[in-house]
Every structure is written in C-alpha cells, then in structure tokens.
Design a protein around this ligand. Sequence first.
Ligand SMILES: Nc1nc2c(c(=O)[nH]1)N[C@H]1C(S)=C(S)[C@@H](COP(=O)(O)OP(=O)(O)OC[C@H]3O[C@@H](n4cnc5c(=O)[nH]c(N)nc54)[C@H](O)[C@@H]3O)O[C@H]1N2
Ligand SMILES: Nc1nc2c(c(=O)[nH]1)N[C@H]1C(S)=C(S)[C@@H](COP(=O)(O)OP(=O)(O)OC[C@H]3O[C@@H](n4cnc5c(=O)[nH]c(N)nc54)[C@H](O)[C@@H]3O)O[C@H]1N2
Ligand code: SF4
Ligand SMILES: [Mo]
Length: 767
Amino acid sequence: MDNGTHFRTCHLCEAMCGVAIDVKDGRIASIKGDSDDPFSQGHICPKAIALQDLHEDADRLRKPMRKTAAGWQEMEWDEALDLVANRLHQIRSEHGRNAVGVYLGNPNVHNHGSLVATLPFMRALGTQNRFSATSNDQLPHMLASLEMFGHQLLFPIPDIDRTDLFICVGANPMASNGSLMTVPDVRGRLKALKQRGGKLVVIDPRRTETAKLADEFHFVRPGSDALLLLGMVHTLFEEELVNLGQAEQWTRDVDLVRLAALPYAPEKVADHTGIRAADIRQLARDLADTPRALIYGRMGTSTQAHGGVATWLIYVLNILTGKLDLPGGMMFNQPAIDLIALGAMAGQKGHFGKRLSRVRGLPEFGGEYPASTMADEILTPGDGQIRAFVTVAGNPVLSSPSGGRLDQAFEQLEFMVSVDYYLNETTRHADVILPPTAALERSHYDLIFNMFAVRNVTRYSEPLFEKPAAARHDWEILLGLAHRLEKLRAGGRLPWRKELGWRAFKQLGPDPILDMLLRTGPYGGDGGPARPLLQPAMALISDLLPNGHPLRTLAQLSPLDQRWQSLPKGLSLATLRDHPHGLDLGPLQPAMPQRLYTRDGNISLAPRRYLYDLDRLQARLDAGPDDALVLIGRRHVRSNNSWLHNSQRLVKGKDRCTLIMHPDDAQRLGLKDGVPADVSSEAGTITLAVEVSDDIMPGVVSVPHGWGHHRTGTGQSVASAHPGASINDVLRDSEVDPLSGVSVLNGQRVTVTRTKAVAEHQQRASA
Ligand SMILES: Nc1nc2c(c(=O)[nH]1)N[C@H]1C(S)=C(S)[C@@H](COP(=O)(O)OP(=O)(O)OC[C@H]3O[C@@H](n4cnc5c(=O)[nH]c(N)nc54)[C@H](O)[C@@H]3O)O[C@H]1N2
Ligand SMILES: Nc1nc2c(c(=O)[nH]1)N[C@H]1C(S)=C(S)[C@@H](COP(=O)(O)OP(=O)(O)OC[C@H]3O[C@@H](n4cnc5c(=O)[nH]c(N)nc54)[C@H](O)[C@@H]3O)O[C@H]1N2
Ligand code: SF4
Ligand SMILES: [Mo]
C-alpha cells in the first residue's frame, strides 16, 4: 500500500467514526481521528487501534483449515469450498434441507460485501433453521417497527443534536458509542445538549458511565421497565398531557392504549420498579412539557423478560407526546441507500410468527428462529433435527445463553463450517474454517448503520491494503459456496442464465451494486449514464436473490426514474471516491406520513400482540415486588462483544471481567472486593472476582459479556491469557420473552456464593 495517509470509516462499532491511517513502508504507523469527516469530526475511541492489531495479528487465520486426527491442516480454497459444499449437500440430501442450521453474527452487518452475498447464500442453503445475533439484540425494536410503522428496519432515531431532553433507558452509549443511534462522539453531543440548557436523564440498574453525565438518574429494577413505562403512559392520560401533534392524523388506537394503561398508576408500579411514583409522574410531565424531547431505550429494555412490550412502550411514549418525526425528538433518517424503501418495493417489509420452531414452538422473525433455541434444535432428535451447522462471523458459544450447552451441541454435529478468521470458542468445533480477508483489505460502506445515523451522511472507503493473492473476501466465500450448492442441487449443471448470473455476480462483487444503488437512490438523481452492461448484469443477478430481497429491485431501477421525492446531490460511487472524508447530507427531516409502510398508511399504536402480552405483566404486578438477586450485563469501551480480546493494547490493565455487586449484598453474602465468587444457575457456574460498588442497585449483580476464553483448543493467545468468564455460561437459554422470542440477557435470577476453594482456604487459614 502507498505510503501516506488513508481515510476510512472504522467498522468496529455502530458509530462510523472516520479514521486517518498513516502507512509507512507498507505498515500502519498510526491511526488517528479524521478531523475532516463531517460526521465524526476527528473523534475516535480507544478501540480504533484494534484496526491495526486485528490486521497484524499473527493468530488471525489466513488460509482455510480442516480438522484432522492429526490436528488442523491448511487447505487450498477450491478444495475447501468443494469439500464444504459437498458435505452440506450430502447432509441435506439425506435428511432434508432443514438438517443444515446457520447462524449469522454481528460483524456481518458491518460488511457490505457479506450483506450483499448472505441472502443468495441463504437461498442456496434453503434451510428454515436460521439464527442470528438479532434475537440476542434488537429483535424487539424490529418487531415494534414492523407492527407500528409497517417495516422492520424503519427505526426512529434520537435527534440528539437538537433535543433538550434525552431520557435514556437501558442504554449506555458512553460505553457502547450508541446503538440504533449511530452517533460518533456521543460525549461531545451530550455535552452540547447540556450547554444549550438541555437535560439528560438515565434510567438503569447501574449508575453507568452515561449516568455519571446525567442531570437525573434513577435505579430501576431489571425487567420492570414495562411497568415504569406504563406508569408514565397512565400519567399522560390521567393528567391530560397526551398531545400527538401532527401525528394525530395518522395514528390509530390511542384509546386502546389509554385503556391498557389504566391499571398501572405510578403508585401501583413504584415498588416493583424501585422508582418513586412522584418521579414516574414527573418523568411523564417532563417528556410531555419539553417541546424538543425524546425517550430512547436499547439493550436493557430490549433483551429482557418484557423486552417486546417495553420497546413498544418507548415508541408509544414518544408518539403520545408528539415527539415522533419532530426535530429534537425521534426521527426517521433518509439514507443514501434506502434498503427500507427497496425492501418494500420488492414486497418485503418483514414478517413475524409465520412459522414456529420445531422443539419449543417459538416464533420466527424475518425467517429466523430465536438463538436461544439453537441448542434445542441441534440436540433434540427427530424429523428436522439440525445435523450440520454454518456460522458466519459469529461466536454464539460466548454470545448466546447456555454457552456450555451450545458447546455440547456443536460438538455432536455431523459437520460444521465457520466463516471466520479466528479459531475461537465457537469455530473450534468446526470441521472446516474459511477465513476471509481482513477488514483493511476490503472496501467499506455502511449499508446498515447509515440508516440509523443521527444525521444523514454517506462515506465510502477504499481498501487500505491489497488483498493477498490467495485470500478471499467474505462475499467471495459465500458466493462460492452458494454457487456450488445450487449446482449440486441442480444435479451438477445450472441453466445458462443462472450460470451467467453467478459468474456476473462473482465478477462484479458488491461495489458496482453500491454504485447503482447510490445513483438510483434519493440523493442520486444525476441522470448519469446507466452503464450499458451493468443493467443486464443486474437483471441476471437479481434472479439469484430470494423473493423480497431489497436488491431484487435492482434491475428495475434507473437513474432517471425518481422514486423518492428526490434530494438530488448526484451521488455515485465516483462522487464518494472523490470525497474520501464522506459527505454530510443534512440533519434528519420530517418524513411522515410518506415514510410509513403500514397497509392503511397509519401508525398502529396498539398492535394486539402487545395488548395480549400485558397479562404476563399484570401477573408480575400481582406477584408483588421481587428482591431475588438478578444478573445484568455491561459493556466497556475497550472491548467489543467477544472478539477484540486478542489485542494486547486493548486488554491490558486491570481485569474488567468482574462481578459488580452492591455493598449490602456483598456483606449479606460474606463477600469482599477482589474475592472470587461463584455465580450459578441451572445453566452453569462461573467464577470471577467481586467488585463492590454502590454504583449498582441492591439485589442486582453485573457481568460483562464476551469473555470466557479459558476453553481449550482455541487459537487466540492474548485472549487465552485474559480469559475472564462468560456470563452466557450462567444465563439460561430457556428464558426468552415469549412475545418476541428475544433472549433474556438481563434480569435472570442467579445465586452468588463465595468460591468454595477460597472459603475452604480461609477456613483452614483461620483454624
Ligand atoms: N449476555 C449477553 N450476551 C450478549 C449480549 C449482551 O449484552 N449480553 N449482546 C448481544 C449482542 S448485542 C450481539 S450483537 C451479540 C454478538 O454476538 P456474535 O455476533 O455471535 O459474536 P461476536 O462476539 O460479535 O463475534 C464475532 C465473530 O465474527 C468474527 N469476525 C469478525 N470480523 C469478521 C469478518 O469481517 N468476517 C468474518 N467472517 N468474521 C468476522 C470474529 O472472529 C468472531 O468470531 O452478542 C450478544 N450476546
Ligand atoms: N465498547 C463496546 N461498544 C459496543 C459493543 C461492545 O460490546 N463494546 N457492542 C455493540 C453492540 S453489538 C450493541 S448491540 C450495542 C449495545 O449498546 P447499548 O444498549 O448502549 O449497550 P449496553 O452497554 O449493553 O447497555 C445496556 C444497559 O442496560 C442496562 N440494563 C440492564 N438491564 C436493564 C433493565 O432491565 N432495565 C433497564 N432500564 N436497563 C437495564 C445495563 O446496565 C446497561 O447499562 O453496543 C455496541 N457497541
Ligand atoms: S467509537 Fe470507536 S470502535 Fe466505534 S466506530 Fe468510533 S473509533 Fe471505531
Ligand atoms: Mo448487538
């Protein structure tokens, strides 16, 4: 790679910071914030250096590997892809297409090549046993968007730069850098909020890094948010504070919400939530009375026992107080590549509950079953049992509940393949590992996170390093497998048109598709020359895609054909190449009712499935306040899920995988700061050091996720030296929110005891 400074978007988290990477003698000399990026303006977080560490990591796999009796052996690409396709095809021929399971992990959504190639790959696999990180994450948000706004990806985004009241429930953007809110430099933006006289309120069972910046903070009992939020809705109606503003014209079922909230007066729910009734009422009043205000919820309100209802209620509160679609409230963004509109044009807005999973009868969402039933589907014999498994950029052994059970399940498969560049807790079970190129060897465009950004922005990054001759990109691996699988299914030969389609797809790759999408998108509209060969190639490619795939519309799109009330800026890939720091496309704009995709064009405020699920909440209320010890998760700015622990520069320093516990609980349990404790449930036991702190609510303990690198047979030397323990070895996969199917990652009951070995040791010492 040329010496000098290269500009790029960091792909590690959702914030999309621009980085300036200095290369000297073919090596990275420094990584800094790109101060000319109009969106991030030079901000980066400590994780950005991991871009270099990942790239240079000697443990990162660079060639396909096969597990043999004599250990792992390297393979050539064609041999590896043939082997994998043949084995998968053989198993589905013998046991049916659902005998192959597949799990897609989080890094896929940070990789436009993977996104373009995943769906044809899924279609080629043809299995209904699909899983992903969605059901350990944002599923309730997608469900609420689908039910209320008619499209699973149409998320309301906090207009953080213009709001005067930001109520943050169950999110810790100071550690996570924002989620479903792409927001580089959240600290700077929250500071600006305060400077203009605005207020930040945080509601969380832990006084988080974000809470420490807040003007007002409330501890909330994990899993009780739905009660708190209903108490706020109740107050709005009782005190006549409901005012939908413009949205009144296109919102239906307001009365049903009023009725639903009747039993939940703040005075009734206060003890359950741990928040005083007067405070609940004041929160509702503040939200209603502040013209530019919003309430935002994330992992803490989503991945819990009432995640479906709580997430719905957050949307409801914004709408009842007239904050949806208003500057300073929750707004819809308008990305340069609008997968929402494209999906809708292709007839696909999302679906839920069309099928139920075989073993536990859990609902599919967007064609995927909940990750919490993955082990059931592998371990339970019968028709449709999963016998072969594919993971793509995922580490479910550490990221999904009952990790120990997943270890067992993966071990008993007939065949497993992982598309991943690390030998880790999950991929160690694979028979073949197919490692893609490193991120800096590929181009980058945020197809997903541009849709969640707090401003409309766009930026394309060229590869920083040339791809090594023998390496394959994720999209090449997935298309290579898909093409082979389709051929095998067709008995060895495809009709010429399909064959041509696969070849065109593999030849073009994702970037010409980006170009086409940019030109035909809302900021395209330059009427530039449609490339003569591209359009027919797109027609061939779109035939390979499943029905409803957003790119299915590709062949029909043309730059002259204005589908959006166009905001022409003449965008194309060439424009973006000319602007390596990215382009600002302006603040969020009101978009209702045009942006709604519901059948009748209205917001559905009270979808029935939420109302039915209130019975379960009522039962919780009837059972009385609960003080059992419950477990919640946490994130740290120097870590990212399970896969940045092999960077020495990020893991160094004091142990961050600790059990945070309130002093009262520590005293009751005979525990002290720094002493190891056992955290147990039916799923398993983990041992980790206690960190006593009154920053956590009594009755709650917290453990970060993504650790547990003590397992044998992995190939991450730094991570193994800083193993920590996996919270998902204690969380039970039996606990899901029955409404949405999302895993309960926060609020499960656990027992904590002094680690036996230590207790015995101390007894001996005192004897
Ligand atoms: N208890 C608890 N569990 C949680 C959470 C929690 O808060 N608490 N959070 C949940 C959430 S929000 C998420 S998103 C999930 C994440 O869960 P997963 O997506 O299953 O796990 P990650 O830790 O992100 O692992 C990513 C994997 O992808 C590989 N990888 C990285 N980049 C690439 C690439 O470019 N290509 C390929 N092919 N592979 C790559 C890494 O080596 C790693 O194996 O975890 C969930 N699990
Ligand atoms: N540094 C870093 N950044 C990341 C990641 C990472 O692992 N590390 N992961 C990325 C991913 S994949 C995602 S999805 C995002 C997630 O982004 P966030 O949702 O902002 O991340 P969390 O830190 O998990 O915040 C969840 C908060 O909910 C609180 N909580 C737990 N239970 C409850 C409850 O019952 N009620 C309420 N009100 N609060 C509760 C927790 O204490 C925690 O503060 O972060 C992304 N960014
Ligand atoms: S916040 Fe950190 S990890 Fe996230 S995009 Fe910015 S530099 Fe990368
Ligand atoms: Mo996530």
